[in-house]
Design a protein around this ligand. Structure first.
Ligand SMILES: CCC(=O)SCCNC(=O)CCNC(=O)[C@H](O)C(C)(C)COP(=O)(O)OP(=O)(O)OC[C@H]1O[C@@H](n2cnc3c(N)ncnc32)[C@H](O)[C@@H]1OP(=O)(O)O
Length: 635
């Protein structure tokens, strides 16, 4: 198929194109209208369609006689568990979890928080919510109680589903104390918690409030799929913004289902029965879209992995899994491959395994650096496809659409805009820029099906964050350019959001936490380059003149404080005490300039700088001293 023609149809004949793609979905009531603009001026996909996402992902395959086929492979080197679930088994388990939720009062439209490690019941609980028409909000297990509390207060869940523990390499992480602290901190109180007891750590349950997950599921009657409108929310997924309060990205049911099926067909070129493995976590959007919903909707076998690329038990884990389960399509973040390369640079482990089942490797979540790309191409001899997307969109914005036409890979580019996304580069005044001109990466409205219709209970913030800067365009928050061949190059965030090991984090939030310390007069947290994790946060702190605590003590306090408030995943390990911070004459801290200095990049002296001498001071400190303070992360 020819990309240009196919892509143009998706933009110029939007209604016809996305109407045809919607016909691949088994709606309860097929939509007559493809796209409308509501009274508030918000686009709605398939507004009169009715469906159930769990039905599409599970029951439909059983109905089609595929109940005996494997829906999910669970492999957990950290708990020495391997298990396969057929579509029949998934249907039974999911409908019983739905029944257990219904017994706790959960109905269509209610919210449920899922705070679980990578156990199959996390995915089954998501599907169980979808089955009832309830809205799930999965919170990544690496987040601290404070982060969970913020999400509880925003999503107001009727029930929280959690587990007794997670396992990080060989370390047991008890989840229950984290959950209890979060519930204690939150204003909103759920009416019940369902706790999955894992045999490696059994936790105590509070009578009348905590319920044993397994017992509740066993006691429940299976629940049927509940019909929902296409525009009803399927889930909320919180993502870091520029402030301490995360943004609750809303995903609808209808547009999402169409986008998931479309992306499997045309981005990943996945066929029914393929084994599709996204090595991520259900706490991230990759986990939502490509561990749970898309592979199942498309009738593939999804692989559910509770482990890491290295040390569970070695850097050959990914290759072992690909051979053992005959994985056809593999998707992970570049940082995972950098971790493998660090431990196995000559790819000795890979040589032990047969990767002949594997057709394509996809990477996303952060920029794929050319060195990792070349190394992967060389050692695997497979197409390595970088693609760029966001929690907000739920699926690829820019990709090499493997089910359409495969383009030559250009290092540093995720290739071309995916169907439905009219990607344009704008300058500060909103003018569309030409080839090779760097500016704000924006998407002309309407966004395609599957993208966020708004933020949970916060239309105002949705407008302010994404739609206001350039009316008629969605602001992605990334900077970049398009080359004369139409390849899109994403150059990094233009705001205070950073990407550490594929985890999206807010430096603004970290600054709020650091500045809450009694000894801190002012501070800045910036994201600086890191060979392994892409970026890492660095805190620059000015102490109060009156502070009597030693700088070293403050450094330790601040690292502990961010870990306690955001979680281990923040990877905030470096704090530098400085005498002053560079500012403009109006008092704005020059974060970008500091970043350029720390990354040893050429920068122009801002004309508005108050005192240029500070930059020289900082240069010495950042380039020579801070490295000594970093507690190097060992993978
Ligand atoms: C396209 C749209 C998107 O961008 S969606 C996001 C895509 N991103 C991803 O899929 C994430 C990719 N990254 C990873 O999988 C991991 O970072 C890899 C590469 C495997 C490395 O893992 P790890 O060694 O644990 O390092 P890390 O930096 O992730 O973790 C930092 C600290 O946090 C902890 N942590 C992590 N996950 C959890 C969890 N689920 N529960 C509890 N704790 C967790 C880690 O143990 C680590 O802690 P510590 O600092 O060593 O004590």
């Amino acid at each position: 198929m020819e990309y240009n023609h196919f892509y143009q149809q998706s933009i110029l004949q939007r209604g016809k194109f996305w109407g045809r793609k919607a016909a691949k979905i088994a709606w309860y009531k097929a939509p007559k209208t493809v796209l409308t603009l509501d009274k508030q001026g918000y686009y709605k996909w398939y507004p009169d369609g009715e469906l159930n996402t769990c039905y599409l992902a599970v029951d439909k395959h059983v109905k089609d006689g595929k109940g005996g086929e494997v829906a999910m492979i669970y492999d957990s080197p950290v708990s020495n568990t391997k298990r396969k679930y057929t579509y029949d088994e998934v249907k039974l388990r999911v409908s019983k979890i739905s029944g257990a939720l219904r017994d706790k009062g959960v109905e269509k439209g209610d919210t449920v928080i899922i705070y679980m490690p990578m156990v199959p019941d996390a995915a089954f609980s998501m599907l169980a919510c979808a089955r009832l028409g309830a809205v799930h909000s999965v919170v990544f297990g690496g987040f601290a109680p404070h982060e969970l509390a913020i999400r509880i207060d925003d999503a107001k869940p009727k029930v929280i589903i959690s587990a007794s523990c997670g396992i990080e390499f060989d370390k047991i992480i008890p989840y229950k104390p984290l959950l209890e602290n979060a519930i204690q901190e939150a204003e909103h109180q759920p009416s019940a918690c369902l706790i999955l007891q894992r045999e490696m750590h059994i936790c105590s349950l509070q009578e009348g409030f905590d319920f044993d997950f397994e017992e509740s599921v066993n006691a429940a009657e299976p629940a049927d799929c509940v019909k929902v409108n296409a525009t009803d929310p399927l889930y909320i997924l919180y993502t870091s913004g520029t402030t301490g309060k995360p943004k609750g990205i809303v995903r609808d049911n209808g547009g999402h289902a169409v986008a998931m099926q479309f992306s499997m067909d045309y981005v990943y070129n996945a066929k029914k029965g393929d084994v599709f493995w996204a090595a991520s976590d259900v706490g991230w959007v990759v986990g939502h879209s490509y561990i749970v919903y898309a592979p199942l909707i498309a009738g593939c076998t999804t692989v559910f992995f509770e482990g890491k690329p290295v040390r569970t038990p070695d850097p050959g884990t990914f290759w072992r899994m690909i051979e053992e389960y005959k994985v056809n399509i593999f998707f992970t973040a570049p940082t995972a491959f950098r971790a493998i390369r660090k431990e196995d640079p000559e790819s000795e482990y890979l040589k032990k395994y047969d990767l002949s089942s594997l057709r394509t490797i996809f990477v996303a979540g952060e920029r794929c650096d050319p060195s990792t790309l070349k190394w992967l191409q060389e050692i695997t001899q497979k197409p390595i496809i970088d693609h760029w997307w966001q929690t907000e969109t739920g699926w690829a914005i820019v990709a090499n659409m493997m089910g359409v036409e495969q383009f030559p890979v250009k290092e540093g580019s995720a290739t071309k805009p995916v169907c439905g996304y009219e990607v344009q580069i704008l300058d500060e005044t909103g003018e569309v820029l030409g080839p090779n001109q760097e500016g704000f990466v924006c998407i002309k409205e309407p966004l395609p099906p599957g993208c966020l219709p708004t933020l949970w209970n916060d239309d105002e913030r949705f407008q302010e964050s994404y739609m206001e800067k350039f009316p008629g365009y969605y602001l992605t928050g990334d900077g970049g350019y398009i080359d004369p061949d139409g390849y899109v190059f994403i150059m990094g965030r233009i705001d205070d959001v950073i990407n550490v090991a594929g985890h999206r984090l807010s430096t603004g939030e970290m600054e709020e936490i650091v500045s809450s310390h009694t000894a801190v007069a002012e501070c800045a947290v910036i994201g600086i380059e890191d060979e392994l994790t892409g970026q890492k946060p660095l805190g620059l702190v000015v102490l109060k003149d009156t502070s009597t605590i030693s700088g070293e003590e403050v450094q330790q306090d601040l690292v502990a404080l961010v870990r306690a408030q955001v979680g281990a995943v923040a990877a905030f390990r470096t704090v530098v005490i400085v005498k002053r911070l560079p500012k403009t004459r109006s008092g704005k801290i020059l974060r970008k300039t500091m970043r350029m200095i720390a990354d040893d990049k050429v920068f122009t002296l801002p004309s508005t700088i108050d005192d240029p001498a500070i930059l020289e001071e900082l240069k010495v400190i950042l380039q020579n001293n801070y490295i000594g303070l970093v507690s190097k992360k060992q993978f």
